[in-house]
Design a protein around this ligand. Structure first.
Ligand SMILES: [Zn+2]
Length: 111
């Protein structure tokens, strides 16, 4: 693979992560989940002004928050083995299970 192509792919991957990061906080703000005013303020900054406008310190606050969120909302059925992205953890917050386990459960309950 050429260097330019590789760089482009890395850039795309980074953008995907940033979009996911932003959407994650967008959804938490809608739910009014974040009670810490400092964190919710930075999250609002992220969703209105964009990822690139955050300072390193602000970014670190949000990254600490997501790290704790991931620990707290790990899927209780697969222990996170099905979970790939941040948004999967929102699913656990809502249903107690990740998307894949939730579908499994629905199928199981239907039979
Ligand atoms: Zn699961």
């Amino acid at each position: 693979m050429g260097q330019a192509k590789k760089m482009l792919m890395e850039q795309e991957e980074q953008e995907l992560t940033q979009n996911e990061f932003t959407e994650f906080f967008e959804r938490l703000l809608v739910r009014e989940y974040i009670t810490n005013l400092n964190i919710s303020g930075i999250a609002k900054h992220l969703t209105t002004k964009g990822y690139d406008s955050l300072s390193k310190d602000q970014l670190r606050v949000l990254q600490d928050f997501t790290a704790q969120f991931r620990e707290k909302y790990e899927c209780s059925q697969c222990y996170g083995t099905h979970m790939s992205g941040l948004l999967d953890y929102l699913e656990v917050l809502e249903t107690g299970y990740c998307t894949i386990c939730e579908i499994d459960r629905e199928n199981y309950l239907r039979d």
